[in-house]
Design a protein around this ligand. Structure first.
Ligand SMILES: Nc1nc2c(ncn2[C@@H]2O[C@H](COP(=O)(O)OP(=O)(O)OP(=O)(O)O)[C@@H](O)[C@H]2O)c(=O)[nH]1
Ligand SMILES: [Mg+2]
Length: 336
C-alpha cells in the first residue's frame, strides 16, 4: 500500500517536473544529491521513472556543454552572457555548477548568483549552484542523473561550470557533448602550464577578457594559443580546435563562440562521433553511480561494520598488518 502510494506520488512528481515546475525540479535534484541511505530508494525510483519518460518521448536530446578554466577566468560571467544569447535564440537554459573533486567550494553559491544576475531572473533559465557540502564519492555520481531531470523539464541546453584545476576537466569532459576551455590573458609560461593534459579535452578554446587594459595581453595569448592548438590531435578526425578571443563582460565574441560550439556539434554528429561520445557518457555515468552505491553499501551495511571493527581491533593489537586486514575485508565483501 505504502509502496503503491509512493509510486503514484513519484508519478505526480515526474509530471510536475515535465510541466516545468521549478520547485519540483529543485526538490528532485536535492533528493538525487542526497547521500542519506534512506533517500536512495526514492531517488532510484524517481530517476528510473524519469528515464522511462525520456525514452518514450520523441525529444531532441538536450545539448550538454562543459565550461571550464582556471579560478577567476570568467566562467560564470561567460555563462551569464552566453545564457542570455541562447535565450534570445529561443533556447531554454539550465546551468549546473559541478565540483568533481568534491572540494569544499566556499562561497561559490554567492559567486554564481551574483555573476549571473540577469540570467538568474529569466523564466527560461534555471541555475543550480554546486552543493556546498562535501559528499561521499564526490558529486559526479549525481550530475548526469540531474542532467536527465533537466532534460525532462524541457531545457534544451545545459551549461556545466567547473573550475579547472588539473584533474576536474577529464571528469567533466566525460559528461558533456562539447567541452569549452576558457583561458586567461597571460604569459607564454602560463600557457605552457595549461598545455599539458588540459588542452586535449578542449573542443573549443576561448581567451577571455579581451577588453580594456587586458586587451593587448589577451591578443598575444590568443596568438600563442592558436599556434599551440594547431598541434592538438583531436579525437574527431579532421577537426581543428577553434581558438577565439572574447569578453564576457563587454559581450564581445559570445555569438561567435556559440557558432563554434554548434559547428563542432554538427561535424561530430555527421561523423558519428557524437553517438560515440554519448555512449561513453552512459558508461561513465554507470561507473560513477555504481561506485556511489558501492561506497554507500560499504559504509552502511551492518555486517561490514562488524567485520571492519574486528579487523581494526586486530590491527591495533598487532595481530594483523594493515595490508592483511584490508585484503581480508575486501575478500569478505565478495564472499557473501
Ligand atoms: N575585464 C574583464 N573582466 C572579466 C571578464 N569576465 C569576468 N571578468 C572578471 O573576472 C572576475 C571573475 O569572474 P567570474 O565570472 O566569477 O569567474 P569564474 O571563472 O566563474 O570564477 P570562479 O567560479 O571563482 O572560478 C570578476 O571580477 C569578473 O568581473 C571580462 O570579459 N573582462
Ligand atoms: Mg564561477
Amino acid at each position: 500500500m505504502k509502496e503503491s502510494s509512493d509510486h503514484s506520488s513519484i508519478s505526480e512528481w515526474i509530471s510536475s517536473i515535465e510541466d516545468g515546475q521549478i520547485r519540483s525540479l529543485s526538490r528532485a535534484i536535492t533528493l538525487l544529491e542526497s547521500t542519506r541511505i534512506e533517500d536512495q530508494n526514492r531517488a532510484g525510483n524517481l530517476l528510473k521513472k524519469a528515464l522511462a519518460r525520456l525514452s518514450v518521448a520523441d525529444r531532441t536530446p538536450v545539448i550538454r556543454i562543459g565550461i571550464s578554466g582556471p579560478p577567476g577566468v570568467g566562467k560564470s560571467s561567460y555563462i551569464e552572457s552566453l545564457g542570455m544569447h541562447l535565450l534570445s535564440l529561443g533556447h531554454r537554459v539550465c546551468v549546473l555548477a559541478v565540483d568533481p573533486s568534491s572540494r569544499l567550494s566556499g562561497g561559490s553559491i554567492l559567486g554564481d548568483k551574483t555573476r549571473m544576475e540577469k540570467l538568474s531572473i529569466q523564466p527560461n533559465a534555471f541555475i543550480r549552484p554546486s552543493p556546498s557540502q562535501q559528499v561521499l564519492g564526490g558529486v559526479t555520481h549525481a550530475t548526469q542523473s540531474i542532467m536527465s531531470l533537466c532534460e525532462l523539464a524541457g531545457y534544451s541546453v545545459i551549461l556545466i561550470e567547473t573550475v579547472g584545476v588539473g584533474q576536474n576537466e577529464g571528469a567533466v569532459a566525460d559528461m558533456v557533448d562539447c567541452f569549452v576551455l576558457l583561458n586567461q590573458p597571460g604569459s607564454g609560461d602560463e600557457l605552457q602550464g595549461i598545455k599539458r593534459g588540459v588542452l586535449e579535452f578542449a573542443d573549443v578554446l576561448l581567451v577571455n577578457k579581451m577588453d580594456g587594459v587586458t586587451e593587448s595581453l589577451a591578443q598575444q595569448t590568443l596568438q600563442s594559443l592558436r599556434s599551440t592548438s594547431q598541434l592538438i590531435n583531436h579525437s574527431l578526425k579532421n577537426y581543428q580546435v577553434p581558438t577565439l578571443g572574447m569578453s564576457a563582460i563587454e559581450e564581445i565574441g559570445i555569438a561567435e563562440s556559440w557558432e563554434a560550439v554548434c559547428k563542432f556539434l554538427e561535424q561530430a554528429a555527421t561523423e558519428g562521433f557524437l553517438v560515440h561520445k554519448r555512449k561513453l557518457q552512459q558508461k561513465h555515468w554507470f561507473q560513477k553511480l555504481s561506485e556511489f552505491y558501492w561506497l554507500q553499501y560499504l559504509h552502511t551495511a551492518k555486517h561490514t561494520t562488524s567485520i571492519r571493527n574486528t579487523l581494526i581491533n586486530e590491527i591495533q593489537s598487532g595481530k594483523k598488518s594493515v595490508v592483511e586486514a584490508a585484503q581480508e575485508f575486501t575478500r569478505s565483501l565478495f564472499n557473501r
